[in-house]
Ligand binder design. Structure first.
Ligand code: GLY
Ligand code: MN
Ligand code: MN
Length: 447
């Protein structure tokens, strides 16, 4: 089973501490527990920043990094072991587990944090934390600082500077190591198999949620514990709703089915969209628009090269889609003017991608010093152009309406170009049609 190693978690902590200002401390809380309904909680998922630096999966934990501290730089506050509570709610690592299994230097019970943490903060000039994300945690930080202030007459001095942790940490997270890329490659392979399974099992009359079940089946049997985000399975008109997640319609003959779904593997996301015909054959309009989106997507992927800019893939997509829509008669005017005026926006209203990593819309700045970021090896991004013609979009003839198409792949920048991590999911029309025809023939033979 692929996993990030303790060595890599420790290396990340060292990298972060090496960039922190002198005599500083960083504090990161675990994710909060969310109530689903009454006394039922949502399944817990660790905070990505916290997990990135600790690998520790439990709630009610706080990670403290104190560069240069003699008794250990990486300190974890976590729940104590408790036989009765563990019998009811599950295993806890406890302080010994934090040290032995997660390579922490020091660990304390979370119930003692108000007594111990002010002493660790005291004397440090600067404090890094994620300001303004979690009101409870912001308040807690101030409580600890005030505890130190209240001892000012005894010579205690609280930090004078509070710095956002995000800048340093999120820049580290943007560059994926070979261990991270391995995981994301596997996540891409699992999700690709999920998409193939959904294509194979699709036929008119199936419900969208039944196709979602096929993806989840493939994810979990392959070692992924959850989807990286709520799956979108939109057939027909629903494919034109960008964030459609109801997935409760019946798939009809002649509909396209747009599936945007990816698994999360050891906290790393994949994010894949494929669009295919419910009955296994694209009709004329669907085919024309699909070929256009695919052409733009392939050209955008070619732009993923070290040295190119973040926006290069988007620019080429806008050019190709505009040109194609003009050729199909869905836009009218002069090409260069249409491109400048972003005339394709009624058909293509989102951007071509985003960073991908532990979060599906991953951290990392898109601009540096006001300029689009230069792509560098280890960055992972999605390339996901689309065309969406809503059923009530009366500016075009009726036969074009109710068609929603997106094709999305996950791409890592390599030293000499790129690698598509989601290449296992077919996207050429002939591949999709033959895969679906074979599956249909098999179904008919066994029914
Ligand atoms: N699945 C979310 C996105 O494609 O950005
Ligand atoms: Mn997506
Ligand atoms: Mn995406």
């Amino acid at each position: 089973m692929l996993k990030i190693t303790n060595k890599e978690f420790a290396r990340r902590r060292q990298q972060l501490m090496a960039q922190m200002e002198e005599n500083s401390i960083a504090i990161l809380p675990s994710a909060p527990v969310h109530i689903r309904n009454r006394d039922v909680e949502h399944k817990f998922r660790q905070d990505s920043d916290f997990y990135y630096l600790s690998g520790f999966p439990e709630a009610e934990s706080v990670l403290v990094l104190i560069p240069g501290r003699e008794h250990g730089e990486a300190v974890l506050f976590c729940r104590e072991r408790d036989t009765t509570l563990e019998l009811w709610h599950g295993y806890r690592y406890g302080q010994d587990g934090a040290i032995d299994q997660f390579a922490m230097d020091d660990a304390f019970p979370i119930s003692d944090i108000d007594e111990i943490l002010p002493g660790l903060i005291e004397g440090r000039d600067r404090m890094y934390y994620a300001m303004g994300y979690n009101r409870d945690f912001d308040n807690q930080i101030m409580t600890w600082v005030n505890t130190i202030k209240s001892k000012a007459s005894q010579g205690a001095h609280p930090p004078g500077e509070f710095l956002a942790l995000d800048h340093l940490l999120h820049d580290l997270r943007l560059y994926k190591s070979s261990g991270e890329v391995k995981l994301m490659r596997e996540a891409g392979a699992i999700s690709s198999r999920g998409h193939i399974r959904a294509m194979e099992l699709c036929e008119p009359g199936v419900f969208e949620y039944q196709l979602e079940a096929e993806l989840n089946h493939e994810f979990q049997r392959s070692g992924s514990r959850r989807a990286a985000y709520p799956s979108i399975v939109g057939s027909g008109n629903n494919g034109c709703i960008l964030h459609y997640t109801e997935n409760d319609s019946v798939v009809r003959n002649n509909d396209l089915v747009l599936i945007d779904a990816g698994c999360e593997l050891d906290y790393y996301a994949s994010d894949i969209t494929r669009t295919f015909p419910a009955n296994g054959r694209f009709n004329k309009e669907q085919r024309a628009l699909y070929e256009l989106v695919l052409k733009s997507q392939l050209a955008a992927i070619e732009k993923v090269q070290p040295g190119n800019h973040w926006n290069d893939p988007h620019e080429v997509v806008v050019e190709i889609l505009t040109e194609g829509l003009l050729e199909l008669g869905l836009l009218e005017g002069e090409l260069s003017e249409l491109i400048t005026a972003e005339a394709c926006r009624p058909f293509y209203m989102h951007r071509t991608g985003h960073w991908l990593g532990m979060d599906v819309h991953d951290v990392g700045d898109y601009k540096v010093g006001g300029e689009w970021r230069v792509l560098e090896p280890g960055m992972v991004l999605t390339i996901e152009p689309g065309i969406y013609i809503a059923p009530d979009y009366e500016a075009v003839p009726k036969r074009w309406r109710g068609i929603g198409i997106r094709i999305e792949d996950d791409v890592v920048v390599t030293r000499d170009g790129h690698e598509v991590l989601s290449a296992g999911a077919p996207k050429q029309i002939d591949k999709i049609e033959s895969l679906m025809a074979t599956a249909k023939a098999r179904r008919e033979l066994t029914s």
